[in-house]
Design a protein around this ligand. Structure first.
Ligand code: CTP
Ligand code: CA
Length: 231
């Protein structure tokens, strides 16, 4: 569907979408984070809701103002989940009632197991951070998949060229066991904090089923078109 045009091809579909970047605390003033703005995941939620779906949007850290439209949409309920562990719990609960699940959040791969209650100070000397691997939320959702549920992941990859990007996307789609993986190329100059995006959609046939380029809303609508073709 064209952005802005009335459409109801997702009418009454229940969807769970995650967005933003988790922040893993180190001490009361510091965290491990990433550059996700949350814009693409929010665009996915808005596109679904505008096409008639009921959306449960689970948001980690997002840039200022990014959630505004979602907070006022009659078919979107917004919940916050700031760490990987919170995201895991929130998305498990949301997915238990969803027909389609989209993990667009940038979940930190590691966290600090022993968070300091006091600020870590230079005068205490050199610090080494012990890190532990976070739960893989998406793999957990795939393992708990309901009958008929469609699960979509995102992957932001650095790649030297288009062929490497496709190869990485195909491998990650299989490793995650998702029905669809939206793959986009990132680097110092591309992919983050931008309005535009370019994405390959890899499905379980291990092919690039479709592609999209344009605003994050255009990419979001293309994602829902690709989901509808799978259902
Ligand atoms: N993801 C997740 N939980 C994690 C890490 C990632 O649910 N702990 C999800 C992301 O939301 C995304 C997908 O998995 O939908 C791919 O994330 P990505 O970081 O590309 O994959 P990883 O398996 O973490 O692999 P790597 O970062 O090493 O490339
Ligand atoms: Ca990762």
């Amino acid at each position: 569907a064209a952005a802005g045009a009335p459409a109801s091809d997702l009418a009454d579909l229940r969807v769970a979408v995650s967005t933003g970047g988790t922040r893993e605390p180190i001490d009361p003033v510091r965290f491990l984070g990433n550059r996700s703005s949350g814009k693409q995941g929010v665009a996915v939620a808005l596109a679904a809701a505008d096409r008639g779906a009921y959306v449960h949007l689970v948001a980690a850290h997002v840039d200022e103002g990014v959630l505004d439209k979602a907070l006022h949409h009659p078919r979107i309920a917004v919940e916050r989940a700031l760490t990987a562990v919170e995201m895991d719990a929130a998305m498990r609960a949301a997915s238990a009632e969803a027909d389609v699940v989209v993990m667009a959040a940038a979940v930190a791969d590691f966290s600090v197991p022993e968070v300091s209650d006091v600020k870590i100070r230079k005068e205490d000397g050199t610090v080494a951070l012990d890190l532990v691997e976070n739960p893989d939320v998406l793999i957990g959702l795939v393992q708990a998949r309901r009958p008929g549920q469609t699960i979509v992941g995102f992957a932001a990859e650095t790649a030297a060229d288009e062929a490497e990007l496709r190869e990485r996307g195909i491998r990650k789609r299989a490793r995650k066991g998702v029905d669809l993986l939206a793959v986009n190329r990132v680097g110092w100059q591309e992919g983050f904090e931008t309005a535009e995006n370019r994405v390959l959609f890899v499905d379980a046939t291990d092919e690039v089923a479709s592609q999209a380029a344009g605003t994050k809303r255009v990419v979001a609508d293309a994602l829902w078109d690709a989901v509808l073709r799978l259902r």
